[in-house]
Design a protein around this ligand. Sequence first.
Ligand SMILES: Nc1nc2c(ncn2[C@@H]2O[C@H](COP(=O)(O)O)[C@@H](O)[C@H]2O)c(=O)[nH]1
Length: 249
Amino acid sequence: MKILVSNDDGYTAPGIEMLYEVLRPYAELTVVAPEVNHSGASNSLTLNRPLQVRRSSNGFYVINGTPSDCVHIALTGLLDFKPDLVVSGINNGANMGDDTLYSGTVAAAIEGHLFGIPAIAFSLTQRGWHHLDAAGQIALEVTRRFMAGPPATNVLLNVNIPACPIEQIAGYSVTRLGKRHASQPVIPAQNPGGETVYWIGPAGDARDSSPGTDFNAIGNNRVSVTPLRLDLTHDLQLGAVERWLGDGT
Ligand SMILES: Nc1nc2c(ncn2[C@@H]2O[C@H](COP(=O)(O)O)[C@@H](O)[C@H]2O)c(=O)[nH]1
């Protein structure tokens, strides 16, 4: 089993080192990860400058680009093989509900999925790497279950892991994405030149954490596994928009 490993926190992040360590006895791993943290990068590709690839001392491929750049370059030329699975993470913080639209961690998995490769994004739901060892065990368990027998379809899984000791993890829940309230207000500040600058405010709290959502599973110390799809077409609105727009004749 050949697994491509990436992340968005950067190649030196504890989360990707943990993912590498727990998976290496069970699969042939190739790590292609960003040089620096790209949290919030979403699916951005770098098109306005060339990208450089170097090898770190531990053999990781390191790219001065986004998470999507890393997986894209790996799959379109850097690697001379097609991985059996793409895994991304373990992220420093949750990727639940609307986070998935901004998340670089999820984006790296999406890039693999776009190339027809099953993909899994792993996120530890509290920042600060607390209980990362437990999260590593969960990531290994999910990946090994995949290796033992992949699901019937080409999955793109968003896995959020509660930040608690392994013995307090209550099980797995297959979930739908919940929803957050709008992000909190921007945070203005002054730079040394006296100009006002702005920090993006914190994410909104959960707005939909009803049973069956990722938020609800995590709130009950259960690992949340959400299958994602990429088709953004709003099927239910097709007729209404056709009636509104007409066909121009
Ligand atoms: N509006 C804000 N959203 C935030 C902030 N910190 C995190 N986030 C959300 O979480 C994900 C992190 O995922 P990553 O895989 O990109 O690291 C990010 O994408 C946002 O959705 C914040 O301070 N403000």
